[in-house]
Ligand binder design. Structure first.
Ligand code: XIL
Length: 551
């Protein structure tokens, strides 16, 4: 027990009794808790089998790859106010790394990297207990230490957090200690991973308070959120021609942040998975699929009567290295078959092809017809990749509406002209494309486009028999420009409300707290000012403007 001055004075009779009495019974963190929605894990009679995923987040150009081991978001979490111990029995441990991770928060996925919360990873690798500690101030561990020897087969690993010290035990023997910089301040979440070539079984996982301190185990919160008296979704549904009002959502804050969860379910009737459906997250290794975090978003949508606009099947970014190196027609078909097949009947729409247009002027005159030449899909199949992707997606999920999603096409110019011509060619070739998503990212003043220009594009596509949606709107401003932000967002929403072929309006996230425009130069990143809710989850002018625009 920690000797806290105030705590000592308040020692109650029961506390004294528990001090003197036998140690509290350990809480079982597996039986009765959810490990069946945990990526890479299989619940078996002898425990939870942990399989290698090698899940990584690549840089924009496809290089690098920060490890992205899964966290059991829908599983048990621990509330330890004082001293505690966690004990794991790991079986089938060989030379390859077997890792159990205790997280002081959930990792937030930002642009091409993940923000590591404070955490402690207990690994058995090469016969040693290897402990890494992240302190919440960097995505690299602050400390890594290895202890013991000859650990393999069935290994009991334990950490005791007492006062400012972590003590580590392997098979009952104390092997080392590390200073605890106070990394567990609220809930402790669990994750596990296995090195490629390995795999192991979590036979048991238990926790107990130390020295009479209290500890409780909780499960994931209920997904269904209270209906709000007034909200964007209610007003959008009450329009003479209702439209869907959506936001890009991420699984981690949905499970870890009650305020985020309440707004996500209360305000929107549609969601786009911000990252959880992208190739590097769902097919980290060839033929190895991790749908769990995406499934969690689908479950949230179902619990709250929301549609899922799925994002995205074929893109040049967020590709795991193996897929970028093997971007063949077969790889594309296999991915579409598995992913669109898995979510069939659960998603209303798909972004089949994302961002096919080039950023280089030269590609608009050199015969590429404006298509992005560095896309590995374009490299391997030419323009035909787009036809094939739509045809395949339609075959797999004929009930889903199929979209092509693009940025920078709200403005007039060669990019819009080339996109329009592409859609026209697709329609002429009988490709099953239902709509075009206009992302509407406004990262700088030059990105702002008059709403009427956008309207003209909506009308031109309508004449081709193609629907549109506003798919990823955010407007990055300085705090003195919130009126501009509100006007920009409301202006596009008004066009969408008025044009009969515009079916939905979605912002890229809804709160700056987890917004993708955060400045990642600092750790944790400094939030951008780009979305209708600020980083304290308070609504801005943009929210009021959206409400008013919806009537
Ligand atoms: C962004 C996400 O918001 C980031 O978190 C991620 O790391 C990279 O991708 N256009 C798109 C989206 O179609 O998928 C992108 O999302 C933003 C630009």
């Amino acid at each position: 027990m920690k000797l806290r001055a105030a705590g000592l004075a308040l020692l109650t009779l029961t506390a004294v009794v528990s001090l003197a009495g036998p140690a509290a019974a350990a809480d079982d963190l597996i039986a009765g808790h959810d490990w069946s929605h945990f990526a890479g894990a299989k619940v078996q009679p002898d425990g939870v089998r942990i399989t290698p995923l090698d899940r990584r987040i690549v840089d924009v150009n496809g290089t690098g790859g920060q490890a992205d081991p899964p966290v059991n978001l829908r599983g048990p979490r621990l509330k330890a106010d004082g001293d505690f111990r966690v004990t794991a029995v790991m079986d089938g441990v060989g030379d390859k790394g077997a890792y159990l991770q205790l997280y002081g928060g959930v990792p937030i996925i930002y642009d091409e990297w993940r923000q590591e919360p404070a955490s402690l990873r207990l690994g058995v690798k090469g016969g040693k207990l290897t402990v890494s500690l992240w302190n919440g101030g960097s995505d690299k561990p602050a400390t890594t230490k290895s202890y013991g020897s000859g650990l393999s087969g069935r290994v009991t690993v334990e950490v005791r957090g007492v006062g400012q010290t972590f003590s580590f035990y392997a098979n009952g023997a104390k092997v080392g200690t590390l200073g605890n910089p106070g990394i567990f301040k609220g809930l402790i979440w669990f994750g596990a991973d296995a090195e490629v070539g390995g795999g192991w079984t979590l036979v048991s996982l238990t926790a107990q308070g130390e020295g009479g301190d209290n500890l409780t185990v909780a499960d994931a919160p209920a997904l269904a959120q209270p209906v709000l008296a007034d909200s964007l979704r209610r007003r959008a549904a009450a329009l003479p021609r209702p439209i869907d009002i959506g936001a890009a959502l991420a699984s981690a804050p949905l499970f870890a942040d009650a305020g985020y969860r309440a707004l996500a379910g209360g305000q929107f009737d549609m969601l786009t998975p911000e990252n959880d459906f992208k190739p590097q997250f769902v097919q980290p290794r060839k033929g190895v699929f991790t749908f769990e975090d995406g499934d969690a978003l689908v479950a949230f949508a179902q619990a709250n009567g929301m549609k899922v606009h799925a994002h995205t099947l074929v893109w040049h970014e967020a590709l795991p290295a193996w897929m970028r190196q093997n971007a063949t027609k077969q790889t594309m078909f296999d991915h579409i078959d598995a992913v669109a097949g898995h979510f069939k009947g659960k998603v209303a729409e798909w972004d089949v092809v994302n961002e096919p247009m080039s950023d280089e002027d030269a590609d608009y005159t050199n015969g590429h017809q404006g298509l992005r030449p560095e896309s590995p899909w374009f490299k391997s199949m030419g323009e035909q990749y787009i036809d094939l992707a739509f045809q395949r997606a339609h075959q797999v999920d004929p009930g889903a509406k199929l979209f092509l999603n693009e940025y920078g096409a709200e403005a007039n110019g060669e990019r819009w002209d080339a996109l329009y011509n592409l859609v026209k060619r697709l329609k002429q070739r009988g490709v099953p494309i239902d709509g075009v998503g206009f992302q509407n990212h406004e990262y700088e003043a030059g990105d702002r486009v008059p709403a009427e220009t956008f309207r003209a594009h909506v009308k031109k596509l309508a004449a081709l028999g193609v629907e549109v949606r506003v798919s990823e709107m955010d407007v990055l401003v300085s705090s003195s420009q919130r009126k501009i932000q509100a006007d920009e967002i409301a202006g596009k929403l008004k066009v969408c409300r008025e044009e009969p072929t515009c079916t939905s309006f979605t912002t890229w996230g809804f709160t700056d707290k987890y917004g993708s425009t955060a400045d990642v130069g600092s750790y944790p990143p400094a939030p951008g000012d780009a979305l209708p809710w600020d980083s304290a989850l308070k609504p801005k002018q943009a929210y009021t403007a959206m409400l008013n625009t919806l009537g």
